[in-house]
Design a protein around this ligand. Structure first.
Ligand code: BMA
Length: 353
């Protein structure tokens, strides 16, 4: 059962089905898949994955950053109204929805990448900014509550807040937030959404970076079995993948740790985010990603967003190929592997009934 004893029927079904689907293989996901890709934005039905495979991902990642400040678009310029429609589309097809939150620092008002000492303590119940944080959670709750299927049922969401907390770059990260404060933040957020706001369409994902090297380290900031449904971590390929296979080694090793913990705790293991920006190695998917995944039982792997050109940083960012990109053919091989599950491998009823 999910940690939320009042979870909606579809949410309970999703939780149980995720465990069943693991036996067939792992799902492949993509962040912001339906919103934009490299060189295009908001073309109905389009997706960089679909352009190459004729199929959609099985998991759709979305991002809430700036919802907490009442903005109409998220930090990557995706309008929340459009996001809601994309989430509905994905859900109706039998896609799994996961949501992250790079929320601004509630104390300084700067971005999520503002690790100011004392932020988390200030927003918890005894802190002076608790009301600010509660108002932010109210906005997040309202959006999550507005996600409804055709029959008015709440759409289940794998909620993945305060991720990569074993690194120091976010305000909830380990440079400025103690293990104890992190645990309190996670628990407070779960209890606020579940008990105070009465949201019952969420599964909660505990998501570290890839800094840990043992299950003890993975659990250092773990808030407890009663507030976590899924065990996740993020991992990115850096350097020259053609020459260096340390990413594969690390993916395999970390996933092994999570898989074992998930079995012990009766939770679900997953890879929250991965990618190799601009994929400059033509065989990356079959020679680096797949070998790191293939020996494990886990739910899904999600590739990060195909932002394309980002004028604000004068940089190009994407993690799945687009038509004509160097790794296109290899991605198709990855797509055709029996273990990789995309949208057409799963029906709505296999996921939500
Ligand atoms: C990062 C980059 C940023 C983006 C952020 C939140 O990894 O893609 O451009 O703003 O994720 O989606």
């Amino acid at each position: 059962m999910p940690i939320d004893k009042q979870a909606t029927q579809e949410t309970v079904n999703l939780y149980n089905n995720l465990k069943k689907i693991e036996k067939r293989g792992f799902m492949v996901g993509h962040q912001d898949d339906l919103a934009y890709g490299v060189n295009w934005k908001y073309e109905p039905g389009r997706s960089d994955i679909h352009d190459i495979t004729g199929d959609y991902p099985a998991v759709y990642g979305w991002e809430l950053g700036h919802l907490e400040i009442g903005a109409p678009v998220n930090l990557d310029s995706v309008p929340f109204d459009k996001m809601r429609e994309f989430i509905q589309q994905g859900y109706e097809r039998g896609g799994v929805i996961t949501i992250s939150w790079h929320g601004n620092n509630p104390v300084t008002g700067k971005t999520a990448w503002d690790p100011e000492e004392g932020t988390v303590e200030a927003i918890l119940p005894d802190g002076e900014k608790n009301d600010v944080f509660n108002a932010q959670l109210d906005k997040v709750a309202a959006f999550l509550q507005s996600l409804k299927g055709k029959n008015g049922e709440p759409i289940p969401v794998l909620f993945r807040p305060f991720h990569e907390h074993t690194g120091g770059w976010f305000w909830w990260g380990n440079r400025t937030t103690s293990n104890d404060s992190y645990k309190k933040l996670f628990r407070y957020t779960v209890e606020y959404l579940k008990d105070k706001k009465q949201l019952h369409n969420l599964l909660y994902v505990y998501n570290t970076g890839s800094e840990f090297s043992s299950s003890e380290e993975y659990l250092e900031r773990y808030p407890g079995d009663d507030v976590v449904d899924m065990l996740s971590f993020d991992i990115y390929q850096r350097g020259d993948a053609a020459k260096d296979s340390s990413y594969t080694y690390s993916l395999d090793k970390h996933l092994g740790i999570l898989e074992k913990l998930a079995a012990e705790k009766n939770k679900i293991a997953t890879v929250g985010e991965t990618g190799y920006s601009q994929i400059p190695y033509a065989q990356w998917f079959t020679r680096r990603v797949y070998p790191g995944l293939k020996n494990h039982k886990f739910s899904y792997v999600l590739f990060w967003r195909n932002a394309g050109y980002k004028p604000q940083n004068d940089e190009v960012e994407y993690y799945v190929p687009y038509k004509g990109q160097l790794s296109e053919e290899d991605f198709l091989k990855f797509y055709n592997l029996p273990q990789t599950l995309f949208q057409s491998d799963l029906t709505y009823s296999e996921v939500y009934e």
